[in-house]
Design a protein around this ligand. Structure first.
Ligand SMILES: *[C@@H]1O[C@H](CO)[C@@H](O)[C@H](O)[C@H]1NC(C)=O
Ligand SMILES: *[C@@H]1O[C@H](CO)[C@@H](O)[C@H](O)[C@H]1NC(C)=O
Ligand SMILES: *[C@@H]1O[C@H](CO)[C@@H](O)[C@H](O)[C@H]1NC(C)=O
Ligand SMILES: *[C@@H]1O[C@H](CO)[C@@H](O)[C@H](O)[C@H]1NC(C)=O
Ligand SMILES: *[C@@H]1O[C@H](CO)[C@@H](O)[C@H](O)[C@H]1NC(C)=O
Ligand SMILES: *[C@@H]1O[C@H](CO)[C@@H](O)[C@H](O)[C@H]1NC(C)=O
Ligand SMILES: *[C@@H]1O[C@H](CO)[C@@H](O)[C@H](O)[C@H]1NC(C)=O
Ligand SMILES: *[C@@H]1O[C@H](CO)[C@@H](O)[C@H](O)[C@H]1NC(C)=O
Ligand SMILES: *[C@@H]1O[C@H](CO)[C@@H](O)[C@H](O)[C@H]1NC(C)=O
Ligand SMILES: *[C@@H]1O[C@H](CO)[C@@H](O)[C@H](O)[C@H]1NC(C)=O
Ligand SMILES: *[C@@H]1O[C@H](CO)[C@@H](O)[C@H](O)[C@H]1NC(C)=O
Ligand SMILES: *[C@@H]1O[C@H](CO)[C@@H](O)[C@H](O)[C@H]1NC(C)=O
Length: 734
């Protein structure tokens, strides 16, 4: 067994030799065999799981329900099928030499050390020769990351040489840091459960292990608002419980996760090595709590809890008592950022929650750093601070650092023995922040690839990108890792779900390389990303529809449509079904479908992401309610007349100033072009769908919105209109 040393991991960073690494995301330290060649994944039939370790789990990670090695192997087999079309399946066995197989095993004595020289259960060794592939992990999770390497290398070789092969050779790999991932603000914007699990699929492919989910928040509580306005302001708590103890806390069942749903999200993510780390935010950003119990808000700002009110801490304990049993993570976040109430109260609050959560559940906590604790250390009035250093249930008390204006991660925390997760706002996304200035719409790749003071790769220990004196050593064990957040300050209508993904599409993998300790160059990143990204398994965030050619479907209603099906004239043969009658269409050679009595046309598809052109040939005869007719629905959106041409997506209406004609035939085209969406009638000028964004009653502006095409159902029970459908087509160009 190869022993990994810190020197191997870190010394390797400076190596220039082309064969010292496999170009993956992240890169993999690897010595290719002298005899050039590779093992092809094309004909792998068996993933052989070492019988001795089939039920072994990694217990060192953050999740409380880690998968077994066999469970990981089964998903790996599915991934090979999905990405490469192999017929591989997982079996238990003992033979690492069986030709043409991939053998997965664990070396209990293997020692893999992270950047701080601490043992990591996430390391693995990859050995490839002409007989097959052996992945030996420090744990089942280490093996899983090894399978990501196999998959990535197969996809890269497939794209570049036509054969999905992994080069002969051997390498040992281990992440430099234990917390690697992203944070999603699901408080000010809802994300459906399948979006979260797809996102975990995306992260897992790049070996990120943490999805920090910010589950409660509110829009900015403008000081000019009246109390009544504050009580009406958008504020959400995303967990839905029937427990009477929290009745009234969450008023929006349709945009919430009940326990079964949240369990399923956590399990799907854990199945791919990603732990969901939940956050319930207080004592700031807590308007949803004061909307429930207004007496708990500070008179000066209702979005801040009045910690000295006798019911505040008990209320927060009630909330945590209710939801702690839901969480499958060993760590939870209590938020605790941007509190402008009294600092001593803040300290009391954090210590009280820390104590309660530890006693109640054994979990440790993260907080966003707000007040440098050094202030309390020197201030003898705040003696409770000591428990921050000496918690009985954990030896770390991590702060998630974000902004220099609040504190300094190195001088205020690390030098005082606090653990820190690097969430510096260099990598913040605030969805559609108003230009110019401020936060970007996508992660700044320059900072990722050149964000160290010396101009080289950014790393989790780099807090100050310009001054090395302000950063701890690469091996400092108090740097737990890095989490890059996406915030929704502009609220729910600023974006559709997938725009959070697009904000991270390139940046997430680029950061994942650096969070792991990889050393992919910016040029190599573009090459590897382009090759592997289109085939990432376990997600369809881009709503791709397999298609032979540009035309995805073309339904033209004709006499053959009468048997309940409408033929697709594209090579894809996505035959649609209908229970509508055929009707003669005056002035047209072909009949049309009569959309009446709640009948519909159903395609076998649901949604199409950018780019697309969806065209409908229609005659509208009657609208039951001219302000609410639904032409086409899909998984992510609905095309409506309100009476203006409207797209409904993520619960928000995006209306044009244009309408469509009544009582005559017209063509309506909806166009998704890159990050914008348009409509045009009868080939006329395109009108752009826009969203009107604002955060505190003042910063209003119009911004682009990228809505997926609804392609599932035309008409239907509550569509609210009758008319004729001549045809519908979808292409991948815009
Ligand atoms: C509050 O109202 C005053 C007076 O109308 C205005 O000048 C100020 O910009 C407002 N502040 C915010 C944050 O909206
Ligand atoms: C906070 O609550 C305490 C106790 O109810 C009360 O005396 C105090 O005035 C409140 N402070 C603010 C700023 O609302
Ligand atoms: C922290 O805990 C250890 C072990 O219980 C104890 O020896 C030490 O004195 C404590 N330190 C402080 C600052 O309380
Ligand atoms: C941090 O921990 C080290 C090693 O345990 C100790 O020597 C040092 O005094 C601690 N620093 C502070 C500020 O507590
Ligand atoms: C949309 O694309 C344009 C052009 O590439 C870009 O400038 C803009 O930032 C993008 N908007 C978002 C929200 O990503
Ligand atoms: C990206 O980061 C680099 C390095 O910090 C900076 O020079 C550049 O202005 C940033 N790009 C944008 C669009 O802000
Ligand atoms: C770098 O940081 C150190 C410590 O904060 C400071 O003394 C020094 O002036 C800084 N250097 C530059 C070039 O800003
Ligand atoms: C769909 O088929 C109709 C009838 O053949 C044709 O006029 C139209 O151009 C086709 N649309 C697309 C997008 O191929
Ligand atoms: C959830 O219900 C609210 C209130 O009826 C509605 O405004 C919102 O659009 C719904 N959200 C979704 C995603 O359907
Ligand atoms: C509709 O027209 C109004 C007034 O001209 C304009 O402010 C608004 O931006 C238009 N809406 C869209 C979606 O273009
Ligand atoms: C609908 O379009 C008209 C212009 O045709 C515009 O005046 C009106 O504001 C639009 N309605 C909405 C809700 O956008
Ligand atoms: C969509 O179209 C735009 C502009 O035509 C192009 O730049 C972009 O690469 C296309 N995106 C996809 C996913 O095809």
């Amino acid at each position: 067994m190869m022993r990994i040393t810190q020197a191997l991991l870190w010394g390797a960073v400076g190596l220039a030799a082309a064969d010292a690494f496999l170009p993956g995301i992240p890169t993999v330290p690897y010595q290719t065999a002298a005899s050039a060649g590779g093992f092809s994944l094309a004909h792998v039939q068996r993933i052989v799981v070492d019988r001795r370790y089939a039920t072994s789990r990694d217990t060192a990670g953050q999740t409380l329900n880690p998968p077994t090695l066999f469970e990981f192997a089964s998903l790996f087999a599915e991934d090979l099928r999905d990405a490469l079309g192999t017929s591989a399946h997982a079996v238990k066995g003992t033979n690492r030499c069986s030709t043409g197989s991939i053998f997965l095993t664990i070396d209990e004595d293997g020692e893999y050390k992270n950047a701080a020289g601490e043992s990591s259960s996430e390391g693995y060794t990859l050995s490839v020769d002409d007989k097959g592939i052996v992945v030996t992990g420090a744990s089942a999770l280490g093996v899983w990351w090894g399978t990501r390497t196999v998959l990535q290398q197969g996809l890269l070789a497939l794209a570049e040489s036509g054969t999905p092969s992994v080069p002969h050779g051997q390498g040992a790999d281990v992440p430099g840091w234990r917390a690697r991932g992203m944070m999603l603000d699901a408080g000010r914007h809802y994300y459906p459960p399948d979006f979260l699990t797809d996102l975990c699929g995306y992260m897992s492919f790049f070996k990120q292990n943490t999805l920090h989910l910010h589950l409660s928040d509110n829009l900015y509580n403008n000081q000019n608002y009246t109390r009544a306005q504050s009580l009406e302001l958008y504020a959400r708590f995303r967990l839905w419980s029937d427990d009477p103890a929290v009745a009234g806390l969450n008023k929006y069942a349709n945009e919430s996760y009940d326990r079964a749903t949240f369990d399923a999200v956590q399990s799907s993510c854990a199945a791919r090595g990603v732990t969901v780390l939940p956050e319930i935010e207080a004592p700031g950003h807590a308007l949803v709590i004061t909307q429930w119990k207004p007496e708990l808000g500070l008179r000066t700002d209702l979005s801040l809890l009045n910690i000295s009110h006798p019911d505040t801490i008990p209320t927060m304990k009630t909330i945590w008592r209710t939801f702690l049993p839901w969480f499958h993570s060993k760590t939870v976040s209590i938020g605790a950022d941007e509190y402008t109430g009294p600092e001593s109260d803040y300290n009391t609050f954090v210590n009280a929650m820390d104590g309660f959560i530890g006693t109640e559940s054994g979990k440790s906590i993260w907080i966003w750093a707000t007040f440098p604790p050094i202030w309390y250390v020197v201030d003898s009035r705040h003696s409770l601070t000591v428990s921050w250093y000496n918690s009985t249930w954990t030896n770390v008390y991590p702060n998630v650092h974000w902004e220099y204006f609040e504190d300094d991660p190195y001088y205020d925390y690390i030098l005082h023995n606090y653990s820190v997760v690097n969430s510096n706002d260099d990598f913040y996304i605030v969805n559609k922040w108003a230009p110019p200035g401020g936060y970007l719409n996508t992660i700044n790749l320059t900072r990722t690839f050149h964000g160290s003071p010396d101009g080289r790769f950014w790393r989790p220990y780099v807090f100050n990108q310009h001054n090395a004196t302000d950063n701890p050593a690469p091996s400092n064990p108090l740097v737990l890792g890095a989490i890059a957040p996406l915030w929704n300050d502009y609220g729910a209508n600023a974006s559709v779900y997938s725009e959070a993904y697009y904000a991270w599409r390139e940046g997430l993998p680029a950061l994942a390389d650096k969070q792991w300790g990889g050393n992919l160059s910016e040029a190599a990143f573009a090459r590897v990303f382009g090759a592997v990204q289109p085939k990432i398994p376990a997600q369809n965030l881009e709503r791709n529809i397999p298609s032979r050619g540009d035309v995805v479907f073309n339904y033209t209603v004709n006499h053959r449509s009468s048997s309940g099906t409408v033929h697709d004239s594209s090579p894809n043969k996505y035959t649609a079904r209908t229970n509508c009658r055929l009707a003669h269409a005056t002035g047209r050679s072909r009949p049309a479908l009569s959309l009446a009595d709640g009948c519909s046309l159903e395609t076998p598809l649901d949604s199409k992401g950018r780019n697309y052109t969806l065209t409908l040939s229609l005659r509208l005869d009657d609208l039951a309610d001219p302000t609410h007719a639904t032409l086409v629905t899909g998984r992510d959106s609905a095309l409506m007349l309100t009476p203006n041409i409207t797209l409904l997506a993520g619960g928000n209406y995006f209306r044009l100033n244009e309408t469509v004609p009544r009582g005559r035939w017209f063509d309506l085209a909806i166009v998704g072009r890159d990050n914008r969406t348009f409509a045009s009638v009868d080939g006329g000028d395109e009108a752009q769908f826009l969203t009107r964004m604002g955060i505190n009653g003042v910063y209003f502006h119009w911004a682009e919105i990228a809505i997926e095409a609804p392609v599932k159902t035309v008409g239907g029970q509550s569509s609210g209109w009758t008319g004729l459908l001549g045809g519908m087509s979808l292409t991948s160009t815009a």
